[in-house]
Design a protein around this ligand. Structure first.
Ligand code: CS2
Length: 467
């Protein structure tokens, strides 16, 4: 079968949207670290819409740890298909990514970061890619950060951003906007502080230049994006009439709220449905706590019950009702929603998205990196509930279910995907040892009310249905 590329774009079957702009006129205004499925489903689709009006916002992707995205997309001139999984599935070929570099080609990566046309450096590197300590500041003891601080070719996202900014300064270029698109509370603030701390440890003048010239807006990103599988590849080949090595799928819903704090010109992403605001915090907390928190709950409780996907877990009436009570009774009271966000309606919409039967979103995928995700998703809410004197019985269930998940893996001699996996599995038989890990639980580790509530939930979960 002929492969998707610039040369074959005109052969894409009728009914599939293709870039309605001249790709050869597109400039690379965005350099994106981590062009994985979420980026290609979300930000790249928004820039694709914008490119119809303004050719200055094409994307250069940079893969930090693997060549697989570059290998799949470069032979396709960066083109790929996005499947939107609503009641009716629709397909759209996205053209905003021009090329994907890998950090093996370090000169090209540096040149892209310090390109004259580059105005935004964005990133989706997941929670662990920020190399933060438990208090949210740069973990200078992190092996990658320690190595990058010594100099040489960077290995971490933080090291690369600092190197790119140093090069921009050396070349006399203006600063840029560094835009975090990961699910961390106050992602921009934390990233900015981490990059400045890294720079300060190497070059005080660079740190001051960053302070003056570079902006790090907070942002909330949302769109459910299950991993690509062979079934998707086959469906896409059928729909577009060409081979696509790495199509992406997501739900129809997408949301991107960005703090209005840019270095220089702001792309008119509002034309692509993006919201610019001065108060991202309210949106961010609502999304992390009401979507990602229950997602992790369905994952850890659901896996214990043998469910495979989010939609399967939502077909379990007891578990679906539990998730809803958690959201409406425990999490909603922790929020300070922005004006205009109707929390009840937001919860109903999320529950409907979870139940979407067109989406096969594996619970095992969501269960990755629990030590990094739970603090933002559940533990912050639990801490605030305790401080305010609200009950925490339900909130401790996902935490206890995660402990059970680690225990099961340890007992079966299985690996888990988590940067703390070695320590977690070593402690797997002793949940108290895990609860003592302050980088995950912070001060709650030493709070007897918290430990007692987790112990009781853990006990109840000796029956997977006993939550
Ligand atoms: C999920 C998220 O994998 C996970 O941990 O909770 O990827 C979730 O689907 C997105 O944040 C939705 O915007």
């Amino acid at each position: 079968m002929t492969r998707l590329s610039n040369a074959t774009l005109a052969q894409v079957r009728a009914g599939v949207a293709t870039p309605g702009y001249d790709r050869s006129a597109v400039k690379s205004g965005v350099v994106h670290l981590g062009p994985g499925a979420f980026h290609r489903a979300h930000q790249a689709a928004a820039f694709d819409t914008l490119l119809a009006d303004d050719p200055r916002w094409g994307i250069t992707g940079i893969s930090l740890n693997s060549t697989s995205v570059a290998d799949a997309l470069n032979p396709q001139d960066g083109l790929y298909t996005l499947a939107l999984l609503d009641e009716q599935i629709s397909y759209r070929v996205i053209g905003s990514i021009g090329r994907v570099l890998t950090t093996q080609d370090s000169d090209a990566v540096l040149a892209a970061l310090a390109g004259e046309d580059t105005r935004i450096i964005s990133l989706t590197v997941t929670e662990k890619g920020y190399c933060l300590a438990g208090d949210g500041t740069l973990d200078t003891g992190h092996a990658g950060i320690a190595k990058d601080l010594e100099g040489g070719t960077p290995t971490t996202a933080i090291g690369w951003i600092a190197a790119g900014l140093a090069e921009r300064r050396r070349k006399g270029l203006p600063g840029v906007t560094v835009l975090s698109c990961d699910n961390l509370a106050s992602n921009g603030r934390k990233l900015g502080a981490a990059v400045r701390a890294f720079a300060a440890a190497r070059d005080g003048d660079l740190a001051r230049w960053i302070e003056d010239e570079v902006r790090f807006p907070n942002a909330m990103v949302d769109s459910i994006t299950p991993a690509t599988d062979d079934a998707l590849r086959a469906r896409v080949a059928e729909a577009i009439g060409l081979e696509d090595a790495w199509p992406i799928q997501r739900e129809g819903f997408t949301q991107w709220v960005i703090e209005d704090d840019f270095a220089g010109e702001r792309p008119e992403l509002d034309r692509a449905g993006v919201t610019f605001t001065n108060d991202v915090h309210g949106y961010e907390a609502a999304k992390l706590r009401l979507l990602n928190g229950p997602h992790s709950t369905l994952a850890y409780v659901g896996l214990g019950l043998g469910h495979g996907s989010v939609a399967d877990a939502m077909r379990d009436p007891k578990l679906a009702a539990f998730a809803e009570s958690l959201m409406r009774q425990d999490i909603a009271s922790s929020l300070n929603p922005p004006a205009g966000l109707d929390v009840d309606a937001y919860i109903s919409a999320i529950l409907k998205r979870f139940a979407n039967p067109a989406i096969e979103h594996r619970l095992s995928q969501i269960a990755w990196d629990g030590s990094q995700k739970l603090p933002y998703r559940i533990i912050d809410t639990t801490r605030e509930a305790l401080a305010a004197g609200r009950p925490i019985e339900r909130l401790t269930v996902p935490i206890a279910a995660w402990l059970r998940f680690v225990e099961r893996a340890a007992a079966a001699g299985e690996r888990i995907t988590d940067p703390m996996s070695d320590r977690l599995l070593a402690a797997g038989g002793d949940w108290r040892a895990i609860l003592g890990m302050r980088e995950v639980f912070g001060d709650l580790s030493g709070d007897p009310r918290f430990v007692t509530a987790v112990e009781s939930a853990h006990q109840r979960l000796s029956d997977p249905n006993g939550y």
